[in-house]
Design a protein around this ligand. Structure first.
Ligand SMILES: NCc1[nH]cc(CCC(=O)O)c1CC(=O)O
Length: 319
């Protein structure tokens, strides 16, 4: 009997995701006669300790995963459940994403105090809370009049701040609210082609050691191939652009339903944005193809040709 130690952040969302994943893995192991049990170990990450500072100012992506990856490398834990969008484009040597489960809703959504059901309904100059440069730059593009202000904290904290700090609305990822059972708080969904989600948004990545064949076998059974293809394309785009969660980059891939016949390759459509919170510029491109790594890289190259490098450098240079 193998005891699998699962590392997790201690936020309500991280705990909920981790417990849901463990339930699914228990079902799979029972079904396939794999003998294992699970224990949970909470790990405090740097991102959890400095919730009051704008993330782009304290080092960006990786803040929520570094300590957890170290625990994996040290053998203190055997697997970790991450929100895919919090994962840096490159993993440390020795670690792999062992499972990519089926994606939740990838869209961003609005929680508005007055119950507005569309972005267009927000009053002129409304105060909207988001700490994401990606959301801010796309929102500004649609509604230059909105007053966008930073809001930090776990999703439970942000919902509380909506009331306490006089926001008209806040923007959050739908997936986190769905997983928490808070769907009824959502007043509007922003279509994924209007506000391009973060790379990997709505998906989970389950990380383990590349040499742990027991974990690889179990986790392999939990992967959803469509999600994996889409997320691979999005992350390939991120890797080439060298961007983290805290720069205004977004990408969303969809898989077209398979055509007739046996040998039809999957057709992926990948749309990406690079925004500038400084100038309000917004680049947007779409590519299609069947090889996820290739189309991600191709999209990034065409963004760079359009000036993405300069725009991302501008953001990095902000005081
Ligand atoms: N950056 C924080 C974060 N990381 C993952 C989610 C939840 C949604 C998901 O799994 O993509 C959130 C909260 C949010 O952006 O609203």
């Amino acid at each position: 009997m193998r005891t699998i130690v699962v590392g997790t952040r201690q936020s309500a969302l991280a705990m909920t995701q981790t417990l849901q994943v463990i339930e699914h893995l228990k079902e799979i192991s029972r079904r396939d006669g794999i003998e294992c049990e699970f224990t949970v170990r909470k790990i405090l990450t740097k991102g959890d300790q400095i919730l009051d500072v704008t993330l782009s100012k304290v080092g960006g992506k990786g803040l929520f995963v570094k300590e957890i990856e170290q625990a994996l490398l040290d053998g203190e834990i055997d697997m970790a459940v991450h929100s895919m969008k919090d994962m840096p484009a490159e993993l440390p040597e020795g670690l792999v994403i062992g499972a990519v489960p089926k994606r939740e809703d990838p869209r961003d959504c609005l929680i508005s105090r007055e119950g507005y059901t569309k972005l267009e309904e927000l009053p002129q100059g409304a105060k909207v809370g988001t700490s994401s440069l990606r959301r801010a730059s796309q929102l500004k593009h649609q509604r230059p009049d909105l007053q966008i202000e930073s809001i930090r904290g776990n999703i439970d904290t942000r919902i509380r701040k909506l009331e306490e700090e006089g926001f008209d609305a806040i923007l959050l990822a739908a997936a986190g609210l769905h997983r928490m059972g808070w769907k009824d708080r959502i007043t509007a969904y922003l279509p994924a082609d209007v506000c391009i989600p973060a790379v990997g948004q709505g998906a989970l990545g389950i990380e383990c050691r590349g040499a742990d064949s027991f974990m690889l076998e179990l986790l392999g059974k939990y992967t959803d191939n469509e999600t994996k293809l889409c997320v691979t394309a999005e992350r390939s785009y991120l890797r080439t652009l060298q961007g983290g969660c805290q720069v205004p980059i977004g990408a969303y891939a969809r898989l077209e339903p398979a055509g007739e016949g046996d040998n039809t390759a999957p057709l992926l459509t990948l749309t990406g944005i690079v925004g500038s919170a400084v100038s309000g510029e917004l680049l947007r491109e779409t590519v299609t193809g069947s090889e996820p790594e290739r189309i991600g890289d191709k999209l990034a190259q065409s963004m760079i040709a359009l000036g993405a490098d300069r725009m991302l450098a501008e953001v990095a240079a902000q005081p």
